[in-house]
Design a binder for this molecule. Structure first.
Ligand code: NAD
Length: 458
């Protein structure tokens, strides 16, 4: 199958490479010349485990190409996947300007291209335009209308929300829990289902449904996951107030098979390029149809408050004005492990608050220094190549991302380098009692803080 992916970000690049990897002829199109130049030199513009190697192999085999030439990329494709960003606009609505700009280009390319004028066999084989970006219900209709402004030639519309997780994206796409396809007619649904056949040999389902339902599945899924995080964070806050331990509560609660234990970890709340904007977009959909989403309003507010509350722990430890002139180490910048994506990362909120209160920040992340330098904190902070270097002379260490390499550090080395042995753990990586024994003042989420460490340590 000849496929064009529009947008070579986390979704377009990963899914395009995986489609090429099973033998399809894939063109990845982007308007960002720098990204395309990098890709043509075999370098991935994003960090995703295993992706560089897969790009290089498939490019070498001639199945994966990268271009900024929209007209030829659209004209040659049988299926076009729109994978451009849908960030929040200033009111929290999904901004469709990138999706609609791509739709206009597609319409012009179809019009200028050879062939189909409609009817019979041509109609049956018409190009399929699939919206893979996460978009509010009704967007496919707008995309169809935008394309049709520029051409009378036939084309088909499909919706195919993407569920991959950054950091595990290749595996998620190759072995999806489910594939959701929205199609405007049976033939289009069948053609798209066939494209996914090789990915569901394990028997996992491909659901073909109407387009508005497919569009809603993605929002409903992300809203549910965000709700779980805000729920457990709210319980963690109650635990702190009443002296319960959220680890014990979690164990006692999640063994109920109706509840389950997945995606219910307390911490700094959700970040990243999806949950925050998708929850806001859902709230906007509710406002637009006069059915306010009261639960999702609360999910969003709890998430925002979670970061503020954690910062309060830091500032109240140092007392009024006490952060001025302090040096604070940060472990983890990426919004989660396995990615260099820092969009809406809790680390950014905390680092900004630390700087605003007069502290200096030295941060370490295994892969996200470049994205933070270019799109986050620039040179307002310093970057440490080694996690222990981020402990040198600091008055506290703040842990923002649960990278595996932070889970069992050498506590003696940390303590020996720190000016004061104080750890604020936003991911509950360590046990409070062992931190006490290791001589740390230790704050985490939903658990009793350690304010009096063992004096014998060190
Ligand atoms: N990142 C994720 O984990 C994830 C997972 C599932 C769904 N999604 C959804 O997928 C969509 C894309 O997300 P992303 O994280 O890959 O975005 P991204 O910002 O990483 O990439 C988008 C790319 O599209 C390009 N682009 C914009 N307009 C274009 C045009 N007219 N023609 C060609 N290229 C164009 C940009 O230059 C950019 O490279 C969003 O709607 C997002 O919500 C993302």
């Amino acid at each position: 199958m000849k496929i064009t992916m529009v947008g070579t970000g986390y979704v377009g690049l990963v899914t395009g490479t995986c489609f090429a990897n099973i033998g399809n002829d894939v063109t990845c199109l982007d308007i960002d010349q720098k990204k395309i130049d990098k890709l043509n030199n075999g370098i991935s513009p994003i960090y995703e485990p295993g992706l560089d190697d897969m790009i290089q192999r498939n490019a070498k085999a001639g199945r994966l190409t990268f271009t900024t030439d929209a007209a030829s990329a659209y004209q040659s494709a049988q299926v076009v996947f729109i994978c451009v960003g849908t960030p929040s606009d200033e009111r929290g609505r999904a901004d469709l300007k990138y999706v609609l700009a791509a739709a206009a280009d597609i319409g012009k390319a179809i019009e200028a291209g050879p062939g189909e004028t409609g009817g019979g066999e041509e109609e049956r084989r018409a190009k399929i335009i699939v919206v893979k970006s996460t978009v509010p219900v009704g967007t496919n209709k707008k995309v169809r209308a935008e394309i049709a402004k520029h051409t009378n030639k036939p084309f088909k519309m499909g919706s195919n929300p993407e569920f991959l997780k950054e950091g595990a994206a290749i595996n998620d796409f190759n072995k999806p829990d489910r594939v959701v396809i929205g199609a405007e007619d049976e033939g289009t649904g069948e053609r798209l289902r066939k494209l996914y056949d090789p990915f569901v040999r394990n028997g996992n389902p491909v659901f073909v449904m109407d387009i508005p339902s497919a569009e809603m599945v993605k929002y409903a899924s992300n809203a549910m996951l965000a709700t779980k995080i805000s729920f457990i964070n709210e319980i963690a806050n109650l635990c702190e107030a009443y002296g319960s331990d959220v680890d014990e509560v979690w164990r006692g609660m999640t063994t109920d098979s109706r509840i389950g234990n997945k995606f219910l970890y307390p911490g700094l709340g959700y970040g990243g390029s999806c949950f925050p904007k998708d929850v806001l977009a859902c709230i906007s959909m509710g406002e637009d149809c006069g059915r306010p989403t009261q639960l999702l309003d609360a999910v969003h507010n709890v998430n925002q408050l979670q970061r503020d509350r954690f910062f309060e722990k830091i500032s109240s430890h140092f007392g009024a004005g006490g952060l001025a002139g302090k040096k604070i180490g940060v472990w983890g910048i990426a919004f989660k492990p396995g990615t260099d994506d820092i969009r809406e990362a809790p680390s950014l909120t905390l680092m900004k608050a630390l700087l605003d209160n007069g502290a200096q920040v030295v941060a370490h992340d295994p892969v996200a220094h470049e994205t933070c330098q270019d799109h986050g904190m620039g040179d307002q902070i310093t970057y440490a190549e080694d996690p222990y270097d981020a402990c040198v002379g600091v008055d506290a260490l703040v842990i923002c991302t649960d990278w595996p390499s932070f889970k069992q550090p050498d506590f003696d080395q940390m303590r020996a380098r720190m000016n004061q042995p104080v750890v604020f753990d936003g991911r509950n990586l360590y046990h409070p009692e062992s931190m006490r024994e290791d001589g740390f003042v230790y704050y985490s989420v939903g658990r009793e803080p350690v304010t009096k460490p063992s004096v014998t340590a060190g």
